[in-house]
Ligand binder design. Structure first.
Ligand code: HEM
Length: 400
């Protein structure tokens, strides 16, 4: 679907390739009164009265850093209605206190422990399941599955519950497509996580739910609802983003065979490939904020109370920061991208996302060879708010 906005000469392609529109906007009107969001499925009460979009890197970066003016409290009226109040919508001391509690589990140093003991074995076992089949849809078999299994393991969920957790996670993150199923999953996840919390109150375990049960702020334990909201947040924030970004990475490597070969031969290139894929095809294309007062950007006044979409997908293609930004090139000189946002809400799980994606790629390259996209005209990266391939049919041979 394409939407022609205000008779612009370049239309916004809502599902295929939004980048020509983003480039046009960066060059002509980087602070724009208008929206890149597709609100066609949203209930009317969730559609903001006034929307703006920031397209260039400097404006998007500045807005993330200025959380006094660009507040995230709008989440209370959107995702917060489904998963409960979370750090995403908090600010000031409350945000700092809650984030500090959970940050420990996601530090790079904590992951050094989880990587060999939990993450690597999960990825190895997963690829072993398809190794001899010679063909697979990597989205179904790998990119959705590895963050689901890693998240379940880090939370300390029993392995018998994996199928239930997979179904509830899938339904919750599909809420924009099926609201009923999403709301049902939210309630079921509440009850399921409550049971897990109560078990740990009786017998403590060494996992993320155990950490949250033991945590205190100013001498007070977290309430059950605060713990459960945080756990539910991990599904859209951690699982969905990782499955989409790893699908983008695999698609980009498979469609750039020279770069795929280079990474297969030199695993030291995996981190650069992960970062370039996050820059080139940012899975979460836009992050919403609400202005707390009037603010001037590029000489244009954005009024208080407006929703402002910080278009990370456009900022990551800014030609003033990257030479030939529309080229996927894992060998390019590195400049930090903004796929993980910035400021106080900068992604808490970015180290985990990197570690688990690297583990997945390593397991795949160690176990299969001659990896190629199967002939299929309908494969590509689609979507606007979230971007990723819906399927990745591939053929391969087991590595000897
Ligand atoms: C490639 C994968 C990922 C991407 C692209 C990504 C992107 C983002 C972005 C853009 C934000 C900022 C949202 C905002 O400011 O409104 C964010 C926040 C967050 N992310 Fe991630 N994320 C990824 C993986 C993960 C993982 C694996 C986890 C944990 C399991 C995680 C947990 C969180 C949490 C808890 C926040 C909220 C932080 C706060 O409000 O202080 N993310 N992420």
């Amino acid at each position: 679907m394409t939407i022609s906005t205000d008779n612009e000469p370049v239309a916004l392609d809502m599902s295929g390739d939004p980048y020509p529109f983003f480039e046009y906007k960066r060059k002509t009107e980087p602070v724009w009164r208008g929206t890149i969001m597709d609100h066609s499925m949203a209930p009317p009460e969730m559609v903001p009265d006034e929307e703006w979009t920031l397209f260039d890197y400097d404006s998007v970066f500045a807005a993330f850093r200025n959380d006094e003016v660009f507040g995230s409290h709008g989440y209370d009226q959107t995702i917060g209605l489904v998963i409960g109040p979370t750090i995403l919508a908090m600010h000031g001391k409350q945000h700092h206190d809650h984030r500090s509690l959970v940050a420990k589990a996601f530090r790079a140093s904590a992951l050094e422990r989880w990587e060999p003991s939990v993450i690597d074995p999960i990825c190895d076992a997963l690829v072993d399941e398809i190794r001899d089949a010679g063909q697979a849809d990597l989205v179904k078999a790998v990119t959705f599955e590895f963050p689901t299994r890693v998240t379940a393991a880090l939370l300390g969920l029993p392995s018998d519950d994996l199928e239930l957790f997979r179904r509830l996670s899938f339904d919750l993150i599909s809420i924009s497509v099926d609201i009923e199923a999403g709301l049902r999953a939210s309630v079921e996840l509440h009850d399921y996580f409550l049971e897990q919390v109560e078990q740990r109150r009786r017998t403590m375990t060494d996992d993320i739910i155990g950490d949250l049960v033991a945590a205190e702020i100013d001498g007070e334990k977290l309430t059950d609802d605060a713990i459960i909201s945080f756990l539910r947040l991990l599904l859209p924030a951690g699982l969905e983003t990782t499955y989409r970004s790893s699908g983008n990475l695999l698609y980009l490597l498979l469609t750039h065979p020279d770069q795929l070969r280079a990474v297969q031969q030199d695993r030291g290139l995996i981190p650069a490939a992960i970062e370039e894929a996050l820059r080139y095809e940012t899975p979460l294309v836009s992050v919403p904020r609400t202005t707390t007062r009037d603010v001037v950007m590029h000489g244009t006044t954005i009024p208080a109370g407006a929703q402002v979409n910080l278009c990370t997908g456009s900022a990551n293609r800014d030609e003033t920061r990257w030479a030939e930004p529309n080229t996927f090139d894992i060998h390019r000189p590195r400049h930090a991208h903004i796929a993980f946002a910035g400021g106080i809400h900068m992604c808490l799980g970015m180290h985990l996302a990197r570690v688990e994606t690297r583990a997945m790629l390593t397991s795949l390259f160690d176990r299969v060879t001659d990896l190629e996209l199967a002939a299929d005209d309908d494969v590509g990266i689609v979507g606007l708010t979230f971007r990723s391939p819906n399927k990745l049919p591939v053929t391969f041979r087991p590595a000897s």
